[in-house]
Design a protein around this ligand. Structure first.
Ligand code: F6P
Length: 359
């Protein structure tokens, strides 16, 4: 048996722990393991397929990033091709990928990625590729699983930043708006905001009203709390308005979301007259050593993925359904996108302790 591992999409702390656990579990079964470098680029002849021996994965479980590299471009079904006039169109290179995997003697693939990677995996599965998935994203927005590794680490990074912002905001009587990742789901903003005592939490699932946001800050001011902390998910948007986007994505890449913190800081300052500052926590949330929780979850997923291959659960993704790791068909994962529900107890509790969602 020769299996291949691939890491695709944005990286997340814990990827190396998955790679290590899967490589060791498979090697201990007597299987051979290889790594497809940079998403699926190595199966399109644009990078290398590398052996993942016991030695190759030694000492990587605690490391951030991915030893295989990753990309959020290069979807083989919609591969960007540069035309002579400098513009781009898209071509389908999936047959090339499937043939190359066959030539390399790859019997099965474990793909570690977010919803984009699982959609890709479903299409490869439909082409007959023997593939299983491992969910990954700091945003925690993959369907079918209670949580993904990387999320806990990102939340802790955001909490640490918010704790630091609190003291300086209070010293200066300022409003500080911090933007965290989460283009479609507000889990990082919600969890870090609640844990760090934020006053306002804005998420894509609850369109906000700027007057409500300012009302909360003004009420605090009147009560003698002259500073406020606002946490905003990058994908949050006002009622009837649009998500803020940055105009610098590359060919084959999704539109980049961002800029909402700066916009909010300017609007809050204009309405309240209070001095506002903003920052974007950005890719700090994706880096660093995974927390203990994420290392364990990633290791469990890696081991479970190899069991899924042994049980020929093609077209399925390993998932956390406490206390078990189960497998869920890709189709189900893609159908049930994971989003913050307004009925979640964490939302109810946040409201109960006085957090404003701007609604
Ligand atoms: O991993 C998902 C995510 O964190 C999104 O929240 C964010 O929009 C995106 O990655 C940014 O990724 P990159 O800058 O690598 O394109």
């Amino acid at each position: 048996m020769r299996i291949a591992l691939s890491t695709g999409g944005g990286d997340a702390p814990g990827l190396n722990a998955v790679i290590r656990a899967a490589a060791l579990s498979a090697t201990n079964r007597g299987w051979e393991v290889v790594g497809i470098r940079r998403g699926f680029y190595a199966l399109l002849g644009e990078d290398d397929v590398v052996p993942l021996t016991r030695e190759a994965v030694r000492g990587i479980g605690h490391m951030g990033g991915t030893i295989l590299g990753t990309t959020n471009r290069g979807n083989p079904f919609r591969y960007p091709r540069k035309r002579a006039d400098g513009t781009y169109d898209e071509i389908d290179r999936s047959d090339e990928l499937v043939n190359h995997a066959r030539e390399l003697g790859i019997d099965a693939i474990i793909t570690i990625g977010g919803d984009g990677s699982m959609a890709l995996a479903q299409m490869l599965f439909e082409k007959g590729v023997r593939i299983v998935g491992v969910p990954k994203t700091i945003d925690n927005d993959v369907g079918g699983t209670l949580t993904t590794f990387g999320f806990d680490t990102a939340v802790n990074t955001a909490i640490e930043a918010l704790d630091k912002l609190h003291t300086t905001a209070e010293s200066h009587d300022r409003v500080i708006v911090m933007e965290v990742m989460g283009r479609n789901a507000g889990f990082i903003a919600l969890h870090s905001g609640l844990a760090a005592g934020a006053d306002v939490i804005l998420i894509p699932e609850i369109p906000y009203d700027i007057d409500k946001v300012c009302g909360k800050i003004q009420r605090r001011d009147k009560a003698g709390r002259h500073f406020s902390i606002v946490v905003v998910a990058e994908g949050a948007f006002p009622v009837g308005g649009q998500v803020s986007v940055l105009g610098n994505s590359l060919p084959g890449q999704a539109l980049r979301v961002g800029g909402i913190a700066d916009r909010l800081a300017r609007e809050i300052q204009a309405v309240t007259g209070k001095e506002c500052r903003s920052l974007v926590l950005g890719h700090l949330q994706r880096g660093g050593m995974p927390t203990g929780y994420d290392r364990i979850l990633a290791t469990r997923f890696g081991g479970a993925a190899v069991r899924a291959v042994a049980e020929e659960r093609w077209g399925e993704m390993v998932a956390l359904k406490p206390p078990d790791i189960v497998t869920v068909p890709f189709a189900e994962v893609l159908r049930d996108e994971r989003r913050v529900s307004l009925k979640d107890d964490i939302v109810l509790t946040a409201r109960a302790v006085g957090v404003s969602f701007g609604d």
